[in-house]
Design a protein around this ligand. Structure first.
Ligand code: PAF
Length: 279
């Protein structure tokens, strides 16, 4: 496995494989099985796979969040190598942003709701780095987890609007045996916070059963009340939305594809999750 820190060195290497299919798995490191499942999918689909590891400062609206984001490059590279991935691209901040990136990406309504509302600028920064990676690597396919569902929808839209010839592949959420959605942030949870966090996936799973017999509004109330009943959790939002527009729906019959998206603090750790009600 080759590890590149500069765009030039990476592109010199990629020039040798330009006739082969190439899968890109963009990450911010602190890898877990969820990331590895994206890599495994890419290894299946493509002749070559490249993983980028870059904690992108422009997508963090809270400097404390950026500071405490776990960084485990050496361990990450070992995991990636074991899978048989060909390349890692792990640039520095100045390599990716020699000048401040002033580009503005607007994808309303998808980038305005939920995460867009609570993390202003987050999706703009995410589009800045993902579009740069796409331009540098020019992959055949790029892999994103469905846990960050809103991100996946926005990347798909960006690719379409900017005319990138890249297939965006969404991969299912991976969960611990007890239901907790895999996330790099889970490593920041204390044992007590982790225990409380289980209420998030537990409530979402139960809400799918509840939804079979109840209205959408009742289901919304069920989730909100159950999370609020755990005084160690702090609900930021729970919304039941159309899976394409990401706009709230008020009745199960309103859309063919409906998803519930949630963000909850367990202690100071911000966790997101989602569940499909109709697909
Ligand atoms: O999902 C992430 O880890 C990041 O948002 C991404 C796609 C790697 C861009 O920095």
């Amino acid at each position: 496995m080759q590890v590149f820190e500069t765009i030039e060195a990476l592109q010199n290497e990629l020039a040798h494989i330009k006739d082969k299919s190439l899968g890109l798995v963009p990450t911010m490191g602190a890898l877990h099985q969820g990331h590895l499942s994206l890599m495994k999918q890419s290894l299946k689909d493509n002749d070559h796979t490249i993983v980028s590891i870059f904690v992108n400062p422009t997508q963090f609206n809270d400097p404390k969040d950026l500071e405490k984001y776990p960084r485990t490059l050496e361990k990450d590279c070992k995991l990636i190598e074991e899978l048989g991935v060909d390349y890692v691209f792990a640039p520095t901040v100045t390599e990716m942003y020699p000048e401040p990136d002033t580009r503005v990406f607007n994808y309303p309504p998808q980038d305005e709701v939920m995460e867009g509302k609570y993390r202003p600028g987050h999706f703009n920064g995410m589009c800045q780095i993902v579009s740069k990676l796409f331009a540098i690597v020019n992959p055949t396919r790029a892999y994103f987890g469905e846990k960050d569902y809103q991100q996946l929808i926005i990347v798909k839209r960006m690719v379409k609007e900017l005319g990138f010839d890249i297939e965006i592949v969404g991969c299912p959420i991976l969960r611990e045996k007890d239901g907790l959605a895999l996330s790099s942030r889970n490593s920041l949870l204390s044992a007590e916070e982790r225990k409380n966090a289980l209420d998030i996936s537990g409530t979402l799973f139960d809400s799918v059963e509840y939804a079979k017999e109840h209205s959408l509004k009742e289901t919304l109330g069920y989730v909100v009340n159950r999370i609020n009943a755990n005084t160690n959790l702090e609900l930021q939002y729970f919304e039941i939305v159309d899976a394409d527009t990401l706009l709230p729906v008020s009745d199960w019959s309103e859309s063919a594809s409906i998803i519930g998206c949630i963000t909850v603090f367990s202690g100071t750790v911000r966790l997101i999750d989602n569940i499909k009600y109709k697909s």
